[in-house]
Design a protein around this ligand. Structure first.
Ligand code: NCD
Length: 358
């Protein structure tokens, strides 16, 4: 197994700092980087639709002088013939130097990483994580606010299925005195396992339904789309989809230092009139993402680390199967079900692939 990026917490705060410095240097001296990946191939394995993330990875690799191979939907891959993620990863390792994988099943990029002989980057797995979006988010916050310590960050919308929210929280809890305002309808609250992480770390957070009341206190407002594709009931989606719409009137409730981020695509949770507000950063965020992906590709290709296979960790137990229908281990039955007890409590376990309580 090669050094990969499956979950943002695999990067230390120092490494995030170095990625930010590299991204800044790429912006300042693009021609110094234009040949760095000459002769290298990135494979973009996208089993789920994407515009931004896939094109951002592709643009990043081309700007480094490398090449790109891959597919942009599951039906044009052998997954449609029933090939396992593990086999796909082994095969692609023979053709490429690094993989960016998006998959609807949570834990699929982890399975790919332990089976590939090249680095694997998680480009979004189900409702679980999306670490490279977080790199885009962090670089944007850094450029707009100068740092992370002491920020009050409002996360608004679909906090249950929004994988970008989960990864961003996991990144920001490592900085000093960051507090969160979790703004969502009750049905789309942050999952329990994420709240446990906040509690374990002693991070201050409040949960609320009201966006208006929160606006004045925020340094960052991270808006998200209600994740239609993760709902099992269309009726429920339609009921919740318009829970929050950020308008110029609502923006008046925020301070001059407020910055609005959104991973995009936007549906209607931010009205287009907000785009001309200088506090709206979501299109700058897209560009920042490309530079951070360039920095990440360079870092992983240069790494000679050979990490331990996390699926072979001695503290894992095999009891029952994960019941999360979005977990890769509930679809690929040959994968060993693996759990870790939380805080030594034998009543409480988390699936190693999707982190749900299984
Ligand atoms: C996000 C994703 O795919 O999770 N989009 C992205 O990568 N920029 C957010 C979303 O789809 O809502």
């Amino acid at each position: 197994m090669k050094r990969s990026l499956i979950d943002i917490s695999e990067l230390t705060v120092e490494e995030i700092g170095r990625l930010i410095s590299t991204a800044e240097d790429i912006i300042a001296h693009p021609s110094d980087y234009s040949e760095r990946c000459r002769g290298k191939k990135l494979a973009t394995l996208f089993f789920e639709p994407s515009t931004r993330t896939r094109l951002s990875f592709e643009a990043a690799m081309y700007e480094l002088g490398g090449n790109v191979i891959g597919f942009s939907e599951a039906k044009s891959s052998s997954a449609s013939k029933g090939e396992s993620v593990a086999d796909t990863a082994k095969v692609v390792s023979c053709y490429a130097d690094i993989i960016a994988m998006r998959h609807p099943k949570e834990g699929a990029p982890l399975v790919a990483a332990v089976n590939a002989s090249i680095p694997v980057i998680n480009a979004g797995d189900g409702g679980h994580c999306h670490p490279t979006q977080t790199l885009a988010d962090l670089f944007t916050i850094y450029r707009e606010k100068g740092g992370f310590d002491g920020l009050t960050v409002g996360l608004c919308g679909d906090l249950k299925f929004g994988r970008t929210v989960h990864s961003l929280i996991n990144a920001l809890i490592r900085y000093k005195n960051v507090r969160f305002v979790l703004i969502s309808p009750p049905e789309l609250r942050l999952p329990q396992y994420m709240k446990e992480i906040l509690d374990e770390k002693g991070v201050e957070y409040t949960e609320t339904v009201g966006l208006d009341e929160a606006m004045a206190s925020l340094d960052i407002l991270y808006m998200t789309r209600v994740q239609q594709e993760r709902f099992t009931s269309e009726e429920e989606y339609l009921r919740l989809r318009d829970s929050y719409i950020l308008t110029p009137e609502k923006m008046k409730l925020g301070g001059p230092g407020l910055r609005v981020l959104h991973p995009l695509p936007r549906v209607n949770e931010i009205s287009v009139e907000v785009d001309s507000d200088p506090r709206a950063c979501y299109f700058r965020q897209v560009e920042n993402g490309k530079y951070m992906r360039m920095a990440l590709i360079l870092m992983l290709l240069a790494s000679d680390e050979t990490p331990e296979n996390p699926l072979l960790s001695p503290d894992l137990v095999r009891i029952g199967r994960c019941t999360n229908p979005r977990c890769i281990s509930s679809v690929e039955q040959e994968l060993a079900p693996l759990f870790r007890y939380v805080g030594g409590d034998p009543q409480k376990r988390r699936c190693i692939y999707c982190q749900s309580e299984g």
